[in-house]
Design a protein around this ligand. Structure first.
Ligand code: SF4
Length: 381
């Protein structure tokens, strides 16, 4: 890692946050990967052998057969990863060929999930390979709109090697990145897996503490992201910065390659989720994915407090986190920076309750409720 005086001056808290033993405990896996004490998970998965039932090439196998192989090997991998994480086992480099690794199987499955597409719980089933466009406004391509060292993320993540992908499976009426998520998602740089790996390596060389896959949303781009990990050379934590509406199949693939999760948990009920982001069954899907992610990596949850949504969204979100997740092992960013943008800014009369910024008393109330529930938010909010 490059300890540059420039960025330490810009964000001194990015250094001081690590003096807090509780932060070091909650983000212990991420910290150890960042310090190169253990390999990033994608590097372990890339060297984890699979038995391809006599075949040499996972691309030649049926999807159902691949899922059977994946289920077997991923269970073994997760047991091994937990032992390494808990310190009861040293990581051993098994050095299999990339083509016969668990990551190779995941890559083929990710491509199969992408067309007909069920990468997210919209389950459009569109043939993206044939150029059809899903609800995320994407074809089979992956479009990078920017990639840079981000200094505005949570202190433990800065500087974050952030890659902004075009396209999103949500249509949030207040989206601050609507230009790339909703308006012109396919106008970025179209990348293949090798090019995407090069971008990640370049960010790592410039001193990124992690590779932050965001958008839009990274989920519709999972097939190329997964394949890129076959080629990334840098030892660097992988971070998934998402609305967390992935399908359960996509989650099965992801959980073994992500070191730290940065999920949004926006809404405390399905009615608000549908009205403001046009997604169904929001609470159940996001809660399911959060539980799975929390078992397989470190986590900083983001909750953007919306004006006039404290009772219907903020309180239930914080309560679900306390009830369903290991609250003593995660951090929550209770975010107070909401400001009306995109469609809300253009048509405030359609969404009157969120057509203003948050008040100081609203964010105070949200954070004080989080504290009362035993949620740790201070180091990242
Ligand atoms: S990722 Fe896109 S195409 Fe695939 S199911 Fe979701 S919205 Fe549809």
């Amino acid at each position: 890692m490059v300890w540059s005086a420039d960025w330490i001056a810009l964000r001194p808290d990015a250094m001081s946050v690590w003096r807090d033993p509780d932060v070091r405990r909650r983000l212990n896996w991420y910290m150890r990967v960042m310090l190169k004490e253990v390999p990033a998970k994608f590097m372990m998965v890339r060297k984890f052998p699979v038995d391809l039932d006599g075949s040499e090439d996972p691309w030649s196998l049926e999807t159902s057969e691949l899922w059977r192989i994946h289920e077997r090997s991923a269970a073994d991998f997760r047991r091994m990863w937990r032992r390494v994480k808990e310190g009861s086992e040293e990581y051993r480099d098994l050095s299999v060929s990339k083509a016969k690794s668990l990551l190779a199987v995941k890559t083929v499955l990710a491509h199969r999930l992408a067309s007909p597409c069920i990468l997210c719980e919209r389950r459009c089933r569109v043939e993206r390979r044939k150029g059809r466009i899903g609800a995320c406004r994407l074809d089979y391509g992956v479009y990078v709109h920017s990639a840079f060292l981000h200094y505005g993320e949570e202190a433990p993540l800065v500087p974050s090697g952030t890659i902004f992908y075009g396209g999103c499976n949500f249509t949030c009426v207040f989206c601050q990145n609507h230009d790339i998520s909703q308006d012109s998602p396919r106008e970025g740089l179209k990348v293949d897996p090798v090019k995407l790996a090069d971008i990640q390596d370049a960010l790592a060389r410039r001193g990124a503490r992690n590779i932050n896959h965001v958008g839009g949303d990274p989920t519709p781009n999972l097939h190329i992201i997964m394949e890129s990990l076959l080629y990334v050379e840098s030892h660097i934590p992988q971070l998934w910065n998402s609305n967390f509406y992935m399908s359960s199949e996509a989650m099965e693939l992801l959980v073994d390659v992500i070191d730290i999760w940065l999920p949004d948990f926006k809404y405390g009920n399905d009615k608000c989720a549908f009205r403001l982001s046009a997604v169904k069954n929001y609470v159940e899907v996001v809660t399911r994915n959060l539980k799975m992610a929390a078992e397989n990596g470190d986590m900083i949850i983001r909750h953007l407090v919306l004006p006039n949504h404290l009772e219907c969204c903020t309180r239930p979100v914080l309560e679900i986190i306390t009830r369903e997740l290991p609250v003593d092992k995660i951090l929550v960013n209770v975010m107070g920076q909401y400001t009306p943008m995109h469609r809300v800014a253009r048509n405030p009369r359609l969404w009157p309750e969120i057509a203003r910024s948050l008040t100081v008393s609203e964010i105070r109330e949200a954070r004080s409720y989080a504290s009362r529930l035993g949620i740790r938010w201070e180091p990242v909010s």
